[in-house]
Design a binder for this molecule. Sequence first.
Ligand code: GTP
Ligand code: MG
Length: 187
Amino acid sequence: MEIKNARFLMSNSDVQKCPEPTKPEFAFIGRSNVGKSSLINMLTGQKKLAKTSSRPGKTQLINHFLINEAWYLVDLPGYGYAKVSKKSKEKFQAYIVDYVLKRENLYCLFVLVDSRLELQKIDLEFINWLGEKEVPFALIFTKADKLGANKLGKNISDYKDQLLEYWAELPPIFVSSAEDGTGKEDI
Ligand code: GTP
Ligand code: MG
C-alpha cells in the first residue's frame, strides 16, 4: 500500500463528532509516550503530521487523518499517564472507551507496546478489556531501534508467553521503529 497523501482532518473528544463513518479506519492506542504519533508520521512519511513529544501526554484528543482521500488513520491519546489532569485521571478516558466501542468503521485497533518492556499491567488490562468486548486488535512493538536483534527477539517471545498465560491465541504482531522505518510495509 502506497500512501500518496495524508492530511489532518479534525480533532475532537466526542465520537459523535468524528468524520462520517463511511471510510475504513485504523487507530493507534497505547501508553503515553509509546510512540503512536511518531508511528503515524513514519507510516505517512510526514515528520510533522501528528504532534509528538518526549514528554508523555502530548496527544489529548481523537485525531483523524485522511489517507489517499480513501481511509482514515487515527491518533489517540495515551493511557496510563496520571498527570494529565485531575478530570482525565481515569485509566481509560471515557471518550476513548466510547470511541473504541462505538466507532463502527474501525477496522482494526493497533495497540502499541514498548519493545524494551515486559508486559505492563495497564496494557494487559486494556488487552483483556478488548478481548472481553470482542474488539479486533493487533499488537505493535515500538522503538525496535533501541534494541539489538537478539534482545528484541527475546523480549517479543517472552511477551507472547506472558500473553498466552491469559489468552488461548495471540493477536497479529508487528514490530516498528519510527527512527529507521522498520514495519512500514508490514503495518
Ligand atoms: P502521547 O501522545 O503522549 O500519548 O505519546 P505518543 O505515544 O504519541 O508518543 P510520541 O510519538 O509522541 O513519542 C514519544 C517519544 O518517543 C518521542 O520523544 C519520540 O521521538 C520517541 N519515539 C517514538 N517512536 C520512536 C522509535 O521508534 N524509536 C525511538 N528511538 N524513539 C521513538
Ligand atoms: Mg501522541
